[in-house]
Write a protein that binds this ligand. Structure first.
Ligand SMILES: NC(=O)c1ccc[n+]([C@@H]2O[C@H](COP(=O)([O-])OP(=O)(O)OC[C@H]3O[C@@H](n4cnc5c(N)ncnc54)[C@H](OP(=O)(O)O)[C@@H]3O)[C@@H](O)[C@H]2O)c1
Length: 301
């Protein structure tokens, strides 16, 4: 089997590599079908996914690929709000370029998407076919990426995840640890609810999903719902840091940071398609975070 993984330097790209190189993840072994996989890893410096000619040339030279996992994206939610055109170029056009190239070699593609495609008006966990209505540029561009990917490639899996943290790269967990240690205080929004998700657990489920032919859209997050404030408190408590913890409403946060993008008040996802097909093996978010906090000192970049 030949696989192409984009966004190799990102959080998820690094965990996919870790899983494929060790044939295992924290929550279990990955399917045997990957044991002889030949994997190419690329990032912005080797392949700009928004450049269709470069993508086609890459597939011609290095393909065909049985599976493409497109982890490349512009993920800075506030940055996308400042320059939606640039975000669209990568998150939507780039996604379509990859899907077209996968289709041309009759391969499968996994396109990552986000809970931010939802408007945040629900009060119960969202399933895959709940109404889409993004309220941020990031959400709009990722939704466009979903639509274009599904249209361009017959063998596409759309995997929506949320609040991701991996061992390599920047994320909310590392930011909270840094702020708590440096400032002795964290100020975090307490009225936006979602699902913190381990990139290692997500990598495991992606590899399981991609080994099937059950194409379509999947939600894949660690189980359980909390606020960013709950998540932050769990992080600093697990690290044993004694600091001041301030909860902020979204309105208070917006007053302090007027340029910040709007985020859904409620975007907790239910892994309904997973549960109905290969099974939902994602752990409660607290368990995944506990493992991460134990391993972080050894694996942090
Ligand atoms: N992070 C989250 O909380 C979260 C939540 C929901 C969904 N997701 C989705 O999950 C996926 C993986 O997220 P992640 O956290 O692993 O992202 P990440 O750490 O930000 O990694 C994304 C990678 O894509 C690369 N990239 C950006 N523009 C590119 C381009 N034009 N061509 C090729 N590579 C490019 C980035 O390179 P540079 O660093 O050099 O720009 C980076 O290495 C993304 O699709 C994201 O939208 C993430």
């Amino acid at each position: 089997m030949k696989i192409l993984i984009t966004g190799e330097r990102g959080q998820l790209g690094n965990e996919l590599r870790r899983c494929l190189e060790t044939m295992g993840a924290e929550i279990g072994p990955i399917p045997d079908v990957y044991s002889d996989a030949e994997v190419d890893y690329v990032d912005y410096h080797t392949l700009d996914i928004s450049d269709a000619d470069a993508v086609n040339a890459w597939y011609t030279e290095h393909g065909p690929y049985d599976l493409t996992i497109n982890c490349a994206a512009i993920t800075n939610v506030d940055g996308c709000e400042q320059d939606e055109a640039a975000a669209l170029h990568v998150n939507a056009i780039g996604a379509e370029n990859m899907a077209r190239a996968a289709q041309a070699c009759d391969g499968k593609i996994v396109c990552l998407s986000t809970d931010y495609v939802f408007p945040g008006v629900s009060s119960v966990p969202l399933v895959e076919d709940d109404p889409i209505a993004p309220i941020s540029a990031y959400g709009r561009t990722k939704w466009e990426g979903e639509v274009l990917t599904s249209a361009a490639c017959d063998k596409s899996f759309i995997v929506r995840t949320a609040w991701l943290y991996g061992y390599v790269g920047k994320n909310f967990v590392k930011t909270m640890l840094h702020l708590a240690r440096e400032n002795g205080k964290i100020s975090v929004v307490n009225d936006q609810l979602g699902n913190p998700t381990s990139a290692n657990d997500l990598a495991y489920e992606i590899l399981k999903i991609a080994a099937t032919s059950n194409y379509g859209t999947y939600h894949c997050t660690n189980n359980g719902t909390c606020s960013w404030f709950d998540f932050a408190c769990a992080i600093v408590d697990a690290a044993g840091i004694d600091c001041e913890k301030e909860g902020l409403s979204s309105a208070e946060y917006k007053e302090r940071f007027p340029q910040s993008a709007d985020r859904p008040a409620y975007s907790s996802l239910e892994n309904a398609h997973l549960a109905a097909t290969i099974g939902d093996e994602m752990r409660p978010w607290q368990e995944a975070l506990a493992t991460y906090m134990q391993r972080l000192p050894e694996l942090d970049d």
